[in-house]
Design a protein around this ligand. Structure first.
Ligand SMILES: Cc1cc2nc3c(=O)[nH]c(=O)nc-3n(C[C@H](O)[C@H](O)[C@H](O)COP(=O)(O)OP(=O)(O)OC[C@H]3O[C@@H](n4cnc5c(N)ncnc54)[C@H](O)[C@@H]3O)c2cc1C
Length: 342
């Protein structure tokens, strides 16, 4: 394993926040992760796993052994005329995997194009976009217990997937590393284009929705709507869209008639956090070098402040404003690492 001490993490998080790790281990194999666990135990430090750093807020320096997972490999396990099952190493880049699958005529992931980060982190928050979630394709998740070193394979059902949620945020939080993910993909093209902006795209373009066309459409829509973290550092959606019961939503809509609301399969209603933030006047705002994107109010951006604490202060002020106006507190989507105190 490769180890660096007092290592900067600025290029390992898409918000480009300044933070240093006591130890930074670059882990290409499960054995490297186990060696990092031993290093953490020897030094009495916690272990922190990092993939692409696109869903974390580094609130401070991390007195920890940070493990950057960089394992590689895609293996075709089995296929027939209907589907193919592939095993992908945790450190593979998600978007490159989506491209690779399309090239192989393995379909299903097109709507999830251009989501930053690694394959290993994708099941953790059940990545989703444009009407599709990874949950629909997960055959198994391979894990390594960070305490005992035991390996365990979880079925898709055992992952307990929900909206931006899974068992890896619940009972297994911080206790396992995901080392590989098995995905079952369609060999026959199935396209899902009922998400409003995607449906509109195909209506405007007057073209047929093939998997390649869906991939191109998602890349085009996302490139237009979301700031590129390589240009304006960000972590994508900073807050989850609140999901509320019918009664509460009916009341809110009597007061805020424009509030977008989408009824879910379970009857509960997902509300647009971006709309609420904009309605509170925060879109485009800036505070201590951290800001709210001018195009998309759900995206907080680093405009040179470079400080996790400043970012969390801005997030807290937005949460307060939304709570005061709408009666509930928005939940932060990325994982906050380090301490935002003092
Ligand atoms: C511009 C932009 C757009 C985005 N759009 C979307 C979107 O449309 N939909 C969506 O769902 N998300 C979106 N995201 C969020 C993010 O891309 C996903 O959550 C992604 O899966 C995070 O992957 P990562 O490798 O960067 O994880 P990291 O940020 O490195 O880690 C996230 C969490 O997972 C843990 N972790 C990482 N790897 C492992 C592992 N192998 N085993 C165990 N734990 C691990 C970390 O400890 C941390 O708690 C977006 C982010 C950005 C910057």
């Amino acid at each position: 394993m490769q180890v660096e001490t007092n290592a900067t993490l600025v290029s390992l998080n898409t918000l480009a926040l300044e933070s240093r790790a006591s130890y930074l281990v670059t882990a290409a194999t499960p054995q490297d992760i186990l060696d990092a666990v031993a290093l953490a135990k020897t030094n009495g430090l916690p272990l922190v796993l990092l993939g692409g750093g696109s869903n974390v807020v580094l609130a401070s320096d991390l007195e920890a052994v940070v493990v950057h997972i960089v394992s590689r490999g895609i293996e075709i396990l089995r296929e027939d005329s209907e589907s193919a099952v592939i095993r992908v190493a945790a450190g593979e880049n998600w978007h490159r995997l989506v491209q690779w699958c399309l090239g192989q005529n393995y379909f299903g992931l097109e709507n999830l194009a251009l989501i930053p980060g690694t394959v290993g982190a994708a099941p953790i928050q059940n990545i989703g976009a444009y009407g599709v979630e990874i949950a629909s394709f997960v055959d198994a998740v391979h894990t390594l217990n960070l305490d005992t070193g035991e390996t365990r394979v979880l079925s898709g059902a055992a992952c307990e997937f929900g909206y931006r949620d899974s068992v890896f945020k619940g009972a297994l939080r911080d206790s396992v590393a995901i080392t590989a993910v098995d995905l079952r993909l369609n060999k026959q093209p199935v396209v899902i284009v009922n998400y409003p902006s995607l449906a509109q795209y195909f209506e405007d373009a007057g073209m047929q929705a093939t998997p390649q066309a869906v991939f191109d459409a998602v890349v085009a829509i996302r490139s237009k709507r979301l700031p590129d973290p390589g240009v304006i550092p960000n972590a994508g959606s900073f807050f989850k869209n609140p999901v509320e019961g019918q009664a509460g939503v009916a009341y809110l809509r009597t007061r805020f008639s424009g509030l977008p609301a989408f009824t879910q399969a379970d009857g509960r209603v997902k509300l647009s956090a971006a709309w609420m933030i904009e309605d509170c006047g925060w879109k485009g705002a800036e505070q201590d070098g951290m800001g709210v994107d001018t195009n998309h109010a759900l995206v907080l951006v680093n405009r040179g402040g470079n400080s996790g604490r400043a970012l969390l202060k801005l997030a807290g002020d937005i949460q307060d404003a939304v709570a005061q106006r709408f009666g509930f507190r928005l939940e932060i989507e990325p994982r906050v690492l380090g301490s935002s105190d003092g």
